[in-house]
Write a protein that binds this ligand. Structure first.
Ligand code: MLT
Length: 312
């Protein structure tokens, strides 16, 4: 009886609303990607996919929530590169970044931008570098906590310039942006999905993009490589997951809806306006995410150990 009940539950999945956990504050870059994808998936699945923002500890609070959720397909997870850096940054994670989850698929790689408050006294990246080095004690750098993308970019930046800065942690770069706009914090490295509109509105200043090539939506912004930080490269990849044990047919339904979202003209247009694009079809599969997550965990572990950044 149990088996047939389980089979029945899977065959009419989704029979009710699905909760997508976003491990950072509403209004930030992860939330922006999630809401776009969730909107399209709601249409495909004919059930509401609602966002629940569970912030804190660089995304690991949200990850822990998903790892403990029922594996029935009604709790899913959207996280970024932070899923791969948390194992090296946090000694006491209550979940396994790979084994506590079922991968659904990769979504998009988002460039990052170095941005400052509007009246920051530097006209280009070279001047920013010399100002930051000369005033390290008083320059404040915003991030979304140890394990966030903004933290990772900042960690790489500080080790590249061999200068420690005062960091101000937030539950997401949505709230951090409010303080940057208000001038309460000096600068941050944040994703184009969050900075593009403020840059184009002249409310903050941009000094460079962290990708190998320039971002089509901001062609006049140099790469950090061009601007003097040779070899500096980071893009924020995003993946979707479900709790370990979520039945395969449910994962297949979610994967199909995600892949449809990545082809949705509205999603593609909004991504393009925000400086990014969906991953190609062959990377949007559960196996591609599984392989990418493992490779990224292996890649960042030595880098983080070398930088000596970790949290008990
Ligand atoms: C956010 O969504 O707030 C950002 O992803 C935070 C971060 O990772 O920097």
């Amino acid at each position: 009886v149990l088996a047939s009940a389980a089979a029945h539950a899977q065959s009419d999945y989704p029979a009710k609303m699905i909760t997508m956990i976003v491990p950072f504050s509403a209004g930030g870059p992860t939330d922006t990607v999630a809401r776009l994808v969730a909107q399209s998936m709601s249409t495909t699945l004919k059930q509401q996919v609602i966002i629940e923002n569970v912030g804190g500890a660089g995304g690991t609070i949200g990850a822990a929530r998903v790892a403990k959720a029922a594996p029935d397909g009604y709790t899913i997870f959207l996280h970024h590169i932070g899923q791969s850096t948390a194992p090296a940054l946090y000694r006491k994670l209550t979940y396994d970044a790979i084994d506590s989850f079922e991968p659904v698929g990769l979504i998009t790689d988002v460039p990052m931008t170095f941005v400052t408050r509007k009246d920051f006294p530097a006209k280009d990246f070279k001047e920013l570098l010399s100002y930051v080095k000369a005033n390290a004690a008083k320059v404040t750098y915003a991030n979304a906590g140890v394990g966030s993308a903004s933290h990772l970019c900042g960690m790489l930046f500080m080790s590249a310039i061999n200068t420690d800065l005062t960091t101000v942690p937030y539950k997401g770069t949505g709230p951090a942006m409010n303080d940057l706009l208000g001038g309460q914090v000096d600068f941050m490295c944040d994703q184009t999905t969050n900075t593009t509109s403020q840059i184009k509105g002249g409310k903050i200043k941009v000094y460079g993009v962290t990708t190998k090539t320039r971002v089509p939506s901001q062609p006049d912004v140099p790469t950090l490589n061009e601007a003097g930080l040779a070899g500096f490269e980071i893009a924020v990849w995003h993946g979707m997951y479900a709790p370990k044990g979520t039945p395969k047919p449910v994962i297949a339904t979610l994967s199909g809806a995600l892949q449809k979202a990545l082809k949705d003209p509205n999603v593609k247009q909004r991504f393009a306006d925000l400086g990014t694009e969906p991953v190609p079809e062959n990377r949007a599969t559960p196996d591609a995410l599984r392989a990418h997550l493992k490779a990224e965990i292996d890649k960042w572990e030595p880098v983080i150990k070398k930088a000596g950044v970790f949290t008990d």
